[in-house]
Design a protein around this ligand. Sequence first.
Ligand SMILES: [Fe+2]
Length: 299
Amino acid sequence: MSARVRDQAAGERKAGIASWMGTEPVPGEKLTTTQFVHCLINKGEQFLHCVEHNTNGVQAAHVIERLVSESIGERFLMSSFIAIITNKHNLPQALHQDQAIAPFQDMAAPYTCNTMFILDDMGPHNGGTLVVPGSHKLLSAPGTGQPLDTPLPPAINLSAPAGTVMIFEGRLLHGTGVNRSDAARTVLVMNSIKPFMHQQELHLFSAHSSILENASDKLLYRPGAMPTGLGGIEGAWNGDRIVGQRLTMEQGNYLAVGELSPHSSKQGLTQNFGYRHSEVGTRQAPYQPEGTDKNSTTF
Ligand SMILES: [Fe+2]
């Protein structure tokens, strides 16, 4: 799993489609030093095993599935599954709750849960994930809008050997730490959610193309064609329009990024991936120092 994701990340850099995400660049640098690998299910059979909690790929799969089920219910959905690779001197990520997107604190129970597959030995030296122990209860106990009377304990870096899986719920304060080592540090993060806020009709798929082509921004926003953090395609989820992806899929011309490696053929690396034409892909196209194909146009 570790070898596959490293190879994939290197292949995406060489293909000119690396997704530099997560934090702002260090002052004076153009790029962040955090690389995301999106949509892992397209990038190796190993990752499918993670999704279906199959012991052929994940030794503790049944325990993991049980713990996530007990946290947020058995019918949970996979919200995202990405690799996060930090390199030397990445800026730390602000501490946050993953479910802070909801405008309330819920003492009763979490409704998101992360499964983090740790692929490198991790600790304070290489930016082990910062967590504030107990914050899931301390923050939610006073309730929405109430003052926090109890000081939060300081954040600690998660320390764990490669091969560990960390499961943490959506109310825990956490953030990526600073990698001070010379080696990249890789984790895979699968976010799972309760299914109750899923859209009943996927209008983005069912709408006729003529409606989408002529729609106002307001009409596009409602069915989720302008995602603001959730509901994107291959990492295009921060305010990007994803109508172009839908229309291109309908025409049979959308190519999702599949398995790549630095040893892929030039033809493989320069494929006309849909990501190249997404708004996020276009924004990041100038920042592909290892890329072999820098030509890109937006939808
Ligand atoms: Fe997070």
